[in-house]
Design a protein around this ligand. Structure first.
Ligand code: SF4
Length: 359
């Protein structure tokens, strides 16, 4: 895939000489760049317009957060998230950012990375007995901006030097060239969100193709990284079972199962606000056409019977292809775990088993 290029770069006053700003300007010498606070777009589809601008600015406030999956009533894997960027150049039809950052849609890369790493180091030092899992892919794709920001050249050496943490870089890109030059010391998992081939082609605009993602996974494995896969969101569509079977087979044909850290399954989840935001934008998606019912967190999901069928079907393909790879359900209540997996581990057990590779 061709790496993303913004049409404009805005650098907040005072941030011009930060390493991130210098790298971005060196990578994109011909992209117009202004030093100013970011202005508002007057475009009709402000969200799409925001995805054409890159803003470099300081992050304010605390960096580390608990993953929102820690919502009451859902089994959680005790995952922490840190956001070194906000928004994503891709445009998946179901992306929750359409609602979450609707009023502030520019693509932001934060310039004070050292502050974030210092905060993480303090937490790791304060809890030497705990094994942390930290991800950067909540409000952004972890690697989509890496060809221009070079962020992984800061992150991988930092996490490689700490023994009680695993960094997860979650992506739908194949932007792995910088990673191949770094030594992760087994502390970094690069994971890909994957879907049935039809969904990847129709609903994940701008992302790497499914084959490109899987080929990239093979290349980072060869460079010493463990990989992960997130079948999330599982989406009902004509031929869904065959589509997910094909995706599992494509991964199994290329990727070394001994170096897969984890695989997750999650159902399509749409908040009322996200459904409204999706309807307000030009879209050809069929995602909104399925029968959805509200869950304990207020988000609509596929009705329970079909959800169970989809989980069991895809889990079956995964067990057959990867019998020893840990897998888990993302953002589902205990009752769904019980029905699909026949057990309800505590949040702590889920986290410990993922670290130990035994879920
Ligand atoms: S890749 Fe992730 S963050 Fe980017 S548009 Fe798709 S769902 Fe949103």
């Amino acid at each position: 895939m061709t790496p993303w290029r913004p049409e404009q770069i805005w650098i907040a006053p005072g941030e011009e000489d930060t390493p991130i700003a210098r790298r971005v300007r060196a990578a994109l010498p011909d992209v117009p760049c202004v030093t100013a606070e970011v202005g508002e777009s007057a475009a009709a589809d402000r969200f799409a317009a925001g995805k054409r601008r890159l803003v470099l600015q300081r992050h304010r406030g605390s960096w580390l957060q608990h993953c929102p999956a820690g919502t009451a009533g859902l089994v959680c894997c005790n995952y922490l998230v840190v956001n070194f960027a906000s928004n994503c150049p891709y445009d998946c039809s179901y992306c929750f950012l359409q609602e979450y950052i609707a009023n502030n849609p520019a693509i932001k890369a934060f310039t004070n990375i050292d502050d974030g790493l210092a905060e993480i180091a303090t937490v790791l030092r304060a809890h030497p007995q705990r094994d942390f899992r930290i991800g950067t892919g909540e409000l952004a794709d972890s690697l989509a901006l890496d060809p221009i920001t070079g962020l992984t050249s800061d992150l991988v050496p930092f996490f490689a030097a700490h023994r009680n943490v695993t960094l997860e870089l979650k992506t739908k890109s194949d932007c792995i060239d910088n990673l191949l030059r770094l030594d992760p010391q087994d502390r970094v998992v690069v994971s890909w969100s994957v879907n049935a081939p039809t969904i990847c082609s129709n609903d994940e605009a701008g992302t790497a193709s499914l084959s490109e993602r899987i080929a990239a996974a093979r290349r980072v494995q060869a460079a010493g990284y463990r990989v992960g896969f997130h079948f999330d969101p599982l989406i009902e569509h004509p031929g869904w079972a065959e589509g997910y079977r094909e995706t599992v087979a494509m991964i199994a044909a290329v990727v070394d199962p001994r170096r897969i850290a984890w695989i997750s399954l999650g159902s399509l989840r749409l908040s009322p606000g996200l459904r409204t935001a999706m309807r307000a934008r030009p879209t050809t998606t069929q995602v909104l056409g399925g029968e959805l019912v509200p869950g304990p967190d207020g988000k609509a999901r596929v009705w329970r019977g079909l959800r169970m069928q989809m989980y069991r079907t895809v889990e079956g393909y995964l067990r057959e292809a990867f019998p020893n790879v840990p897998s888990y359900l993302c953002m589902e209540p205990a009752s769904v775990w019980q029905q699909v997996r026949g057990e309800v581990p505590s949040d702590r057990e889920v986290a410990q088993r993922l670290v130990a590779g035994a879920l």
